[in-house]
Unconditional design. Structure first.
Lengths: 344, 280, 331
């Protein structure tokens, strides 16, 4: 890549351990561990929008929280403009990456008016001189298309779409370079999702923001993103330019995800690429490729060897974590036979 | 798209709750004012013996009669209210503050701090509440300071447990996550963001705790461990009136009724506050 | 054409609330034939959940209802506050985890209706349950029969709920956002399952959701619900292909779609309606870009445009022929 990345995830991994009670310590019960992220690496260029898609429990929200510094990663680094962020980030570093959460109802403090919440951020970070704070709060509301009178009301008096715009305004208050949106519209009514999606698109253009969009909904990602990373069981399984990924998915999981996504336009549902089974338990990941128990093209090789995220022979940008993403199945690898569960 | 939809509060349900808050506060207000104005309301000294008129029945001179030492019961009732209310409220303040603080810190930080606080609360909870208080007061020696110390040692546990649980669930809420990503200090997050959202529970509990403590003090005094005689207190009044139950029933009954009325008023306040403080 | 299994005529539901009378369903009429799937699309507060409860015969105690609902030609009682659902109607809820009793083995939950409603013996009910579990695609039913709900994944729990819904041999299955809580790949499996079930058993399905794409993949006919009434009804192809109501048109232009690239989205201005609202005129008027002065007066109910489609919009002619997205862009 010729342009240096603004943000880079370098081998991020996160393991969660269960909370231990007094009894657990006394009786030496083993701690349950969950590998939420495993060796996640990618780069984002300034001004780019990267989509991260995957089903529930794939680690996409954990990834977002590691990037903004909410969770310290178990290993790996978040690198910002070539500089590694410390685990305990300085205030000036925290400003660089901001996040908007999914639930517009619980992401605002119910005891503070919208104005108080915005002015608090501006004061803590000394973004503007103290006499300018109130005026700046109103400007921020205007930036997201809200009236200044909103400053005087409590979150409960606003609709979901209005709250989500307040969340965006608050994240933008510290003037971040990177904005992470974690499922920003999935809790909103369909008729107003477009307001928030279009707002994110126009802010990106207006402020030169770099956007990382986390979503389970492929259509949202296709609408907003230049590049897409697909996650499964804590790992990136494919990353490519949006159109390439949607037109020519290389990883069987991406193919399955696209085949399963309901669409207004595609009518035929009996698609050969759709898959059966459920995602495995994150406490008990299968050996080899984590997708192999559900994969329609898996071989005995997939059941033992975990495929790395590699780029194709002629293509340095897109990468996929499948033994057969770029090469045909080798003759000595036999297709897996499996039970009734996966054939449904 | 800038219209603000002001959600009208459901009038009937909320109105009834406000009513209970007003009732409770009114009832308590009357008692508090009467207790404060005691020296002007009654001409008698609560400690003055008048052996000429012992065990007098209610009359225009002595509204509620006199006890076995000729002391005016109405006067003693009012002065006892001063003391018992003060102890009730006073003994709650320290446990409320320490419990809320420890619970918030344990819930917010987790880890070793939480383990330590949880271990302490579990241990204290394992003892019967009253037995522990009585044992502590007994070993510290009867008297008001002992009551305060005993309460401070024991009663914070409930607040810590309540607040810890609430903070634990608030910690996962997105408004707390948002505050963290905005780089706010832990102190700011706990004090400005979490506590205002979780304080309802301990405040409501404190209302019922005050009642428990007043009843506790009355019980201790009844057992001779609380407020030492001759200082007027509802518990010692009930205890000393007990021997005259058959002839002068009002000596024990009236302080008992006072305890019930105070308890009722705090319960009403607690009930009203629960609904008033809850964010919609 | 067979006689419709479900017939709803001019259904009205009002519920008293502290904020006033919520007029949740305002004159809804539709039919569903055996083996067909009818979709009802609506946002939050459109009254779609109340409509389902009315069909199930389980309106809350504070509700009063008018109009008629008949199942297989028999009209069902509409009084609020009943505790027993109508025979022949079952429901599948959104949250499979909370809709199952956590302390009863799933097999017993499935065999409950065959045993106590259909009067089968213990052995026969068990066999029936195992058969249902196979029918809804639960692998290894013999082992899963004794599982507790928490031992099952979301997808399997939803299959169990569908088996329970089928267990009383219903004529109609009501679906209240049954796949919203599921992953995309699992949702796909469940949608296919619904299709197979309606083909195999001839059960009629009423599918309620906010997700247009899911309706497009699942349903033969669709109604668009807004503010307690249907604004547009018809076959899938007609309603989504040539929408004749500005709300349908707006919805189609407001949601992104996997098959479309970056076609600009146009949000519908304003917020979803308040069901306490009274007064006449078109309910969509405050958010409509096609509105005329006449739209503020009169009653707006569905009228047939042709055999396939009906709309509540008096300006449907000026919408005809417009490609949904292009038109929405212009507005």
């Amino acid at each position: 890549m010729t342009v240096p990345p603004i943000l880079e995830a370098r081998g991020l991994a996160k393991v969660f351990s269960s909370r231990r009670s007094v009894g657990d310590v006394i009786f030496r019960r083993p701690t349950e561990e969950l590998q939420a992220l495993e060796n996640v690496s990618f780069q984002v260029v300034r001004g780019e929008s990267l989509g991260i898609v995957g089903e529930s429990g794939c680690g996409k929200s954990t990834l977002a929280r590691c990037l903004v510094g909410l969770y310290p990663p178990t290993s790996g680094k978040t690198v910002y403009e070539g500089r590694e962020f410390e685990t305990k980030r300085a205030l000036s570093d925290r400003k660089k990456i901001q996040i908007v959460f999914q639930d517009p109802y619980s992401s605002l403090n119910a005891r503070m008016t919208i104005g108080q919440a915005l002015r608090e951020v501006l004061r803590v970070h000394r973004v503007v001189a103290s006499e300018r704070v109130a005026a700046r709060a109103v400007e921020l509301l205007a930036l997201v298309g809200l009236d200044s009178q909103i400053a005087n009301v409590y979150p409960r008096q606003l609709s979901g779409g209005q709250r989500q715009r307040v969340n965006i305004a608050r994240a933008l208050a510290v003037e971040p370079e990177v904005l992470i949106a974690d499922e920003p519209v999935s809790a909103l009514d369909v008729s107003i999702q477009a307001i928030v999606l279009n707002l994110l698109a126009s802010l990106r253009e207006q402020l030169g923001l770099t956007l990382i969009l986390i979503a389970h909904d492929l259509s949202v990602v296709r609408y907003l993103c230049d590049r897409v990373a697909v996650m499964y069981m804590g790992r990136i399984v494919e990353i490519a330019a949006t159109e390439e990924l949607f037109e020519d998915p290389r990883h069987p999981y991406t193919q399955a995800l696209l085949a399963a996504a309901p669409s207004l336009e595609r009518k035929s549902r009996e698609d050969a690429r759709s898959i059966g089974g459920d995602p495995p338990s994150p406490f008990d990941l299968p050996e080899g490729c984590p997708f192999h128990p559900r994969c329609p093209v898996a071989t005995d090789h997939c059941a033992t060897v975990r495929p790395p995220l590699e780029s194709g022979p002629s293509d340095s940008v897109r990468r996929a974590a499948c033994h057969y993403a770029w090469a045909p199945v080798a003759a000595h690898h036999k297709p897996l036979t499996r039970g009734e569960e996966n054939l449904r | 798209m800038t219209a603000v939809s002001r959600s009208e509060s459901p009038k009937t349900a909320r109105g009834r709750r406000s009513y209970s808050l007003v009732m409770g506060a009114g009832l308590l207000g009357v008692i508090v004012v009467a207790a404060i104005l005691a020296p002007w309301i009654t001409p008698y000294d609560p400690l003055a013996h008048d052996l000429e008129s012992i065990l007098a029945p209610p009359s225009s001179d002595h509204l509620l009669g006199t006890d076995h030492l000729g002391r005016d019961v109405w006067t003693r009732l009012l002065y006892a209210a001063r003391l018992d209310l003060l102890i009730g409220v006073g003994a709650v303040i320290t446990p409320f503050m320490t419990g809320t603080l420890l619970g918030a810190v344990a819930g917010y930080y987790g880890g070793r701090i939480d383990l330590a606080v949880s271990a302490a609360t579990d241990m204290l909870m394992a003892f019967p509440y009253y037995v522990l208080i009585i044992a502590l007061v007994f070993s510290l020696g009867p008297g008001i300071p002992s009551i305060f110390i005993a309460m401070a040692i024991v009663a914070w546990v409930s607040y810590a447990r309540i607040v810890r649980g609430e903070v634990l669930s608030a910690r996962g809420q997105q408004y707390v996550m948002a505050a963290k990503t905005l780089g706010y200090t832990d102190l700011r997050i706990i004090v400005r963001h979490i506590l205002p959202n979780v304080i309802t529970q301990p405040v409501t509990y404190a209302m019922s705790d005050i009642v428990v403590i007043i009843v506790g003090v009355v019980t201790l005094s009844y057992l001779g461990l609380g407020v030492p005689p001759p200082t007027p207190d509802w518990g010692s009044m009930i205890a000393s009136g007990q021997s005259f139950m058959t002839t002068q029933w009002q000596l024990s009954t009236i302080p008992g009724i006072a305890v019930v009325i105070v308890g009722l008023s705090f319960s009403l306040i607690g009930d009203g506050l629960t609904h008033r403080l809850r964010p919609e | 054409m067979t006689a419709p299994v479900l017939q709803v005529r001019d259904l009205q539901v009002r519920m008293s609330s502290p904020r006033g009378v919520v007029h949740a369903v305002r004159g809804v009429s539709f039919d569903v034939e055996a083996g067909h799937t009818h979709g009802i699309v609506g946002e939050s507060g459109s009254g779609k959940t109340t409509l389902l409860r009315a069909i199930l015969g389980l309106l809350p105690g504070n509700a009063t209802a008018g109009g008629t609902i008949s199942v297989s030609g028999r009209s069902i009682p509409l009084a609020g506050g009943r505790s027993k659902a109508v025979d022949g109607v079952s429901i599948v809820f959104q949250e499979p985890m909370t809709a199952l009793n956590p302390v009863v083995r799933v097999g017993l939950q499935i065999s409950e209706a065959p045993r106590f409603k259909l009067g089968l013996g213990r052995r026969a009910a068990r066999d029936r349950a195992l058969e249902l579990m196979r029918q809804v695609g639960i692998p290894d039913p013999g082992r899963r029969f004794d599982a507790y709900p928490h031992e099952l994944s979301g997808g399997l729990s939803q299959r169990v709920l569908i088996a329970i819904a089928l267990s009383a041999e219903p004529k109609i299955i009501l679906c209240d956002e049954p796949t919203t809580a599921l992953d995309v790949t699992v949702q796909d499996q469940i949608l296919k399952l619904f299709r197979r079930i309606s083909e195999e058993t001839g059960v009629a399905i009423v599918y309620v959701t906010h997700d247009l794409a899911v309706v497009a993949q699942t349903c033969r006919t669709v109604s668009v619900m807004y503010a307690g009434q249907f604004l547009e009804s018809g076959t899938m192809e007609a309603v989504f292909g040539r929408p004749r109501h500005p709300y349908t048109l707006g919805l189609l232009g407001a949601v992104p779609d996997v098959s479309r690239g970056r076609t600009p989205l146009v949000a519908i201005p304003g917020s979803p309606p308040d069901l306490v609202r009274t007064g006449e005129g078109c309910p969509f008027l405050p958010r409509c870009s096609y509105a005329l002065d006449e739209c503020a007066h009169g009653v707006f109910s569905l009228r047939d445009l042709n055999h396939h489609q009906s709309t509540a919009c008096i300006r449907s002619d000026s919408l005809s022929g417009a490609a949904p997205v292009a038109e929405a862009e212009a507005s």
